[in-house]
Each structure stands twice: as C-alpha cells, then as structure tokens.
Design a protein. Structure first.
Length: 335
C-alpha cells in the first residue's frame, strides 16, 4: 500500500451528501455527454467468452477474472477489463453510421491492481465508441473529440459548483496537447510518470498523445494493448490534482486500429496469433467500421469534481482493513 494523506484534509460533504453528489454527477454527465457526442446509451456485458478475443488485454500482464458456465460446457468466460473491442463489434451489429455512436456503463474487476488513492480493484467507467470514416482517422479528429470532452467536463464543473459550491474543484480553462516523444525530449532523465506530472502541473490539463509504441529511448511511455487503439492516434486526458501532487488520468481514448495498424502493432507486440480471433479477422478483412472511442472513469470524475483524496470516497470497493483504519484517522471516509 502506498497512501497519501493531505494535511488538514476536509472533504466538505458528509457521506450522505457525498452519495447525493455522486448520483447527481453521474446522472447529469452521461446525459450531457451523450447529447454533445451524439451517442446512444446501450446495455453491455459484464463478461465475454475468452475464445471471442473481445476482452481488453490492457498492458498484457493483468489476469482477468475467469470462470465456467454450466450451460455452456467447455467455454471459459472472462469478466471484462474494459469494452474497447466489444463496443466496435456492437456498432457493426447494430448498424451505426458515421457520426453516430454509443456509450454504456462499464463495470470491471481488475484483480492485479495496486490499491492506493487512485486505484481500486473495481472499475466503473463510461465506455463510448463512435463510427468515423476512413478519412477521419486523423490527429485533427482526435484533438477535436478531446476538446469536446474537455468542454463537457468543464461544464460539469459549473453544474456541480451551483449545487455544491463549497466542495467543487475548479479546473483549468483549456487543455494542452503534447506527445510522449516530446516529453522524452523535454525531460530525458525523468521516468514516464515524472514526465506526466511535470507537464500536467505546468498546464493544469494535458492530452498526452501517442502511447504504446517505442520512443527514441527504446522504451514505450506506457503499455497499451496492440489491438484496439492506433498507437499513433491515441492518448490520455490528465488533470493536475493538488491533493495527491500528481496527474490524475480521467480518460484513455483513441482512434481504433485499422487493418494496417492492427497487423503492424501485433507484430511489434509479438502476438500475431491473435489474428485468428473472429474480431481481429473482421478488422483485417475491413468488415468492422472505423471508430474512435475510449473510457471516462466515473469514480475518477467524481473524485476530481468533488476534490477527494481517495477513490474509495466515491465508490464502494474492497480495501485492506489497515487502509480503512488509516484513512479514517486522516478524515478520509471510504464507502
């Protein structure tokens, strides 16, 4: 456990007020998000068949929670890590057209997560995906989408301010774009996380682009599964968070792989065997639509807007007894 306890921490709202604020943020944000982005809300699975290849492999080392189902003998079922691949398949099956998209409430279990102020074994986020044309697979499309999401979050800050003026966190006025290679050039002697913190503290909010491929130092900035985001057209939205003196990731998103980038990235990652999965075959055969998508952390957004020091203050999860005790002693009440 690695915990940070802000000095003289005051959450402003009690537990019941916090629960009310959480509901308000979640209900209001998803309505505005769907409207601004032209996304329809749909239902999504909690688990998928392992053989489908639809589960998100994240960094490639996390173990999914798996089990068998009596009614489907011989099949291993996995709790989703995220819905990155499933969403694109859903857009195809439901007949969505360019400019149209979907969002859904995604719940996941990440059993290998390190538990701290920002990380829980329970993940809740709005997963979203939108159909674009081949010609729209550009940096300009990516940046325009990021600016729209930033605008929605900023508007949400104002909504929360009207209702809970004593508790809201005030966010920066704009978002800055920078690539992982530019960060290496700027801070060659720093670790990836140190680079993220330095640039986000300077600007308040940053979209860090091009995550997954090796940089000039021979290392990737961070791991990224090779079969959903195009590593040259993706990124993370980061906000500076004073309580923890670090960058807070609110969203991971990007334009999805096409037939060329999928093959190239699978080769780089040394996992071309995935090309045999039905999902990957449909991309290689140009059957699936070209899309852009991502996830926005529901608890992370509540944590940001309500200026909370621990994610457990805005979500009900499992925490070690020692962590609960220590947090309570520092006025951090875990749900």
């Amino acid at each position: 456990m690695s915990l940070i306890f802000p000095k003289n921490y005051d959450p402003k709202l009690d537990v019941r007020q916090t629960q009310e604020a959480i509901k308000y943020i979640r209900d209001t944000f998803q309505k505005e998000f769907g409207k601004e982005m032209n996304l329809e809300r749909i239902s999504a699975p909690l688990f998928v068949r392992k053989s489908s290849g639809l589960n998100d492999d994240l960094n490639g080392v996390e173990r999914p929670v798996s089990f068998d189902v009596a009614g489907i003998p011989g099949e291993t079922v996995e709790v989703v890590h995220s819905l990155a691949k499933w969403k694109r398949m859903a857009l195809y099956e439901y007949g969505f057209q360019p400019g149209e998209g979907l969002y859904t409430n995604m719940n996941a279990i990440r059993r290998d997560e390190t538990l701290d102020n920002l990380h829980s074994c329970y993940v809740d986020q709005w997963d979203w995906e939108k159909v674009i044309t081949k010609e729209e697979r550009t940096v300009e499309t990516l940046k325009a989408t990021v600016r729209t999401i930033f605008k929605i979050i900023k508007h949400m800050q104002h909504e929360v301010w009207y209702k809970y003026p004593e508790a809201v966190k005030h966010l920066p006025k704009d978002i800055t774009f920078i690539t992982t290679q530019e960060l290496v050039d700027r801070y060659p002697d720093k670790t990836p996380k140190e680079r993220e913190n330095l640039i986000t503290k300077e600007h308040g909010c940053v979209f860090l682009m091009k995550i997954g491929d090796k940089l000039s130092n021979g290392e990737p900035h961070d791991g990224r599964a090779p079969d959903y985001d195009d590593w040259s057209l993706n990124g993370d939205i980061l906000f500076w968070f004073e309580h923890l003196n670090c960058a807070l990731e609110i969203s991971s998103m990007g334009i999805r792989v096409d037939e060329n980038s999928l093959h190239q990235q699978l080769e780089k990652a040394g996992c071309t065997e995935r090309e045999k999965f039905p999902y990957h075959q449909m991309i290689l055969n140009k059957e699936l639509p070209y899309t852009i998508g991502g996830g926005i952390g529901q608890s992370r957004l509540c944590m940001l807007l309500l200026d909370r020091a621990h994610i457990g203050e805005v979500q009900a999860s499992l925490w070690p007894d020692g962590m609960r005790k220590e947090c309570k002693e520092n006025n951090i009440i875990l749900l």
